[in-house]
Design a protein around this ligand. Structure first.
Ligand code: NAD
Length: 271
């Protein structure tokens, strides 16, 4: 049997889709013929990303949606259903960190404010759960579909300082396995739930941490990261898309509850 990686015509809902990684996914999925609902707290950017997809001949809709507000998610779901008629894949992309949920020379573990930890837990974990409730209902009603969460390397190997984010992403990996079992057992084995765990990617956002502004040389932090990565380089946002296509397509028809690392070997090998 030839594996079927086709995502053409499938309706993807992507939260946080105005961000660096998920806007890249949205654009590439649009080029592959998927229909894409670009959801983000930042409505203006969501609409811009949708327009870029449409300008290239794709089919996309940009909408404001706050993953921490069920009414906002429900309104977005209704708009997606009105435009596309169905939903096939939910990518829970909204997520991130906050400086005061990480230790630093100015903030010890003992002084970390609980509201910072709650913010990071809410954004990464509760946001993925609420979105899966609202959009997942469409999948359980039609008894098929896919959810893809975004975990992180720091769920697997907690990185120095980032306490809140590491714990929240570990919870996202756990939720992935939980929901995969829950949907398969109670609704349909044709609803799959998986996650990707990106490793270190070089993006505009972290370039200043990883490359010296003047010389372009790797910073000490960058040398340490690359030294721990068997493939000896960073990844790029585009390199996440192959895994998304795999997980969302029939090629992964027996894959559920898993976290797929896209990390050049960082997570599973100590150098
Ligand atoms: P980003 O900051 O570029 O994008 C995040 C997007 O989420 C932004 O557009 C923001 O407006 C949106 N957002 C924030 N709060 C929201 C809310 N309440 N509701 C809806 N949208 C909201 O981040 P990114 O680097 O593209 O990361 C995307 C995902 O990948 C996140 O879950 C992140 O934790 C994860 N991740 C990123 C990396 C990396 O190297 N960049 C590595 C591992 C995991």
């Amino acid at each position: 049997m030839v594996p079927n990686f086709d995502v053409k015509g499938k309706v993807f809902v992507i939260t946080g889709a105005a961000g660096i990684l998920c806007s890249e996914m949205a654009r590439e999925l649009g080029e592959l013929g998927a229909r894409v609902a670009v959801l983000d707290l930042n409505e203006e950017r969501a609409k811009e990303v949708a327009k870029e997809i449409c300008d290239k001949g794709g089919d996309a809709l940009g909408l404001k949606a706050n993953v921490l507000d069920k009414d906002s998610l429900t309104a977005a779901r209704d708009a997606v259903l009105e435009k596309f008629g169905t939903i096939d894949v939910l990518i829970n992309g909204a997520g991130g960190n906050r400086p005061d949920a990480s230790t630093s020379p100015d903030l010890s573990f003992f002084d970390m404010p609980p509201e910072a930890l709650r913010f990071v837990f809410d954004l990464n974990l509760v946001g993925a759960i609420l979105s899966s409730q609202v959009f997942g209902k469409v999948l359980t009603d039609k008894k098929e579909g896919n959810i893809i969460n975004i975990s992180s390397m720091s769920a697997l190997r907690p990185l120095t300082n980032v306490l809140g984010y590491s714990a929240a992403k570990a919870a996202v990996s756990n939720f992935t396995a939980w929901l995969a079992g829950h949907f398969a057992l109670n609704y349909s084995p044709n609803i799959r739930v998986n996650a990707i765990a990106p490793g270190f990617l070089l993006t505009e956002q972290n370039r200043f941490l990883l490359k010296d502004k003047e010389t372009g040389e790797m910073t000490p932090r960058a040398k340490h990261i690359i030294g721990q990565t068997p493939m000896g380089r960073y990844g790029t946002p585009e390199e996440l898309v192959g895994a998304i296509v795999f997980l969302a397509s029939d090629a992964a028809s027996f894959v559920t509850g898993t976290v797929l690392c896209i990390d050049g070997g960082f997570g599973n090998f100590a150098i």
